[in-house]
Design a protein around this ligand. Structure first.
Ligand code: NPQ
Ligand code: MG
Length: 369
């Protein structure tokens, strides 16, 4: 396929409920939608960068700049036999994986649409539905947290993740275990602790959590390895895993026993599959993370999560937990058994409501080969 045109749209959607992590509270989501046209077919990607550099160093403004001024010229007018060639073609630009992933993932959608095949088939997906979990933000009270968990369990979700930070950790987990018993439960600290707090984190061990996600700094491997030797709860790394090489390093050092895969953080589907394969070869389970994506990014995630080593429920929930209406129609829904079906249409296989996209767009840019 030859890449003839690239279009960026900066889109802003209100969130159904605020979402609070150890790095702050958000009420809406602003992100870049990227469309690539080639051979008369269009592919879509969603950039997971946020307005603030708090989860990762990238923001919408940096991604817009990097795509427009540096990445677009590396793909426009060029022909690619396979979307796996995209990430290497962008290698001259250091870092900026979220910006790269938006292009790379759009190229996968484009390639799948050209073949009139579901994206999952090209990626190597093996299941028709994925197990779905929820990520529940920090609440104003433990009662509110209990209420949210009750709602999500009733909806059928297969695992509950709660966000933690110093001051909202042991007591919150204690309350959840006391009220809900042995449900599949995990916590995500988004890098809110330091190795010196290991003995405090060890207080979570008695709750038999599935894992603790990214307790220490966003770019750390070594301290996580030291921490894993001091706590029983399996560590899962999220922020730290930005490349297949770092994933290998983390596994070699024993810094984690589970890996969270997010294509935005890794630079797209191809890099994600490499991490998936590295973990599979070492018997390390992976699961698919979430970045509060609209239905477009969410659909990409569902296809990727259909690969065989995604053995744990991911943070891929129904659209309605985040956006009503979503940018796609019908929205992504979860079954009563807590599964999300992998779309079977061409490409990402969801129908975009372009009127809604237009209404939510605050800035546009287009460039042709
Ligand atoms: C995580 N997500 O696993 C992330 C972090 C996260 C669903 O828990 C705006 C943009 C808000 C990106 C909030 C979930 C965000 C964001 C949280 C990412 O760590
Ligand atoms: Mg996380």
């Amino acid at each position: 396929m030859r890449i003839d045109r690239l279009r960026l749209r900066l889109v802003r959607l209100p969130l159904v409920h605020f979402f609070e992590t150890s790095f702050g509270r958000v009420y809406d989501r602003t992100f870049i939608l990227l469309a690539l046209e080639g051979d008369g077919v269009e592919g879509l990607g969603e950039c997971v960068a946020d307005v603030d550099p708090y989860y990762s160093p990238e923001t919408n403004v940096t991604a817009w700049h990097i795509i427009k001024d540096f990445l677009a010229p590396l793909v426009l007018g060029r022909a690619f036999d396979d979307p796996r060639e995209i990430y290497p073609a962008l290698a001259r630009v250091r870092g900026h994986n979220m910006a790269k992933a938006a292009i790379e993932m759009a190229a996968w959608d484009l390639a799948a649409r050209r073949l009139e095949a579901p994206l999952a088939r090209l990626l190597g997906g093996t299941r028709g539905a994925i197990a779905s979990g929820v990520s529940i933000g920090i609440q104003d009270s433990l009662d509110q947290l209990a209420q949210k968990i009750e709602t999500e369990l009733a909806a059928g979700y297969r695992r509950i993740k709660i966000k933690i930070k110093p001051g909202w950790d042991v007591a919150a987990v204690d309350m959840v275990r006391a009220r809900f018993g042995a449900i599949p439960l995990m916590v995500d600290a988004n890098a809110a602790y330091r190795l010196a707090q290991a003995s405090h984190l060890a207080r979570l061990d008695r709750f038999e959590l599935m894992m603790i996600e990214q307790p220490l700094e966003y770019d750390d491997i070594r301290d996580h390895a030291a921490l894993q030797h001091q706590i029983r709860t399996p560590i899962c790394l999220d922020e730290s895993i930005h490349s297949p090489r770092v994933a290998e390093e983390a596994l070699a050092l024993g810094a984690c026993r589970i890996v969270n895969i997010k294509p935005g953080r890794l630079g797209g589907h191809a890099q994600s599959i490499r991490v998936h394969d590295i973990c599979a070869a070492q018997g390390v389970p992976v699961w698919h993370g979430g970045m509060l994506e609209s239905g477009i990014g969410r659909a990409h995630n569902i296809h990727l999560a259909s690969l065989p080593n995604f053995t744990l429920p991911g943070d891929i929930a129904a659209s309605r937990r985040y956006f009503v209406p979503d940018l796609i129609e019908p929205p992504i829904d979860v079954s009563g058994e807590g599964t999300v079906a992998v779309p079977t249409g061409p490409g990402i296989g969801v129908h975009v409501d372009w009127e809604r996209v237009k209404a939510a767009t605050v800035e546009e840019y287009e460039v042709r080969a």
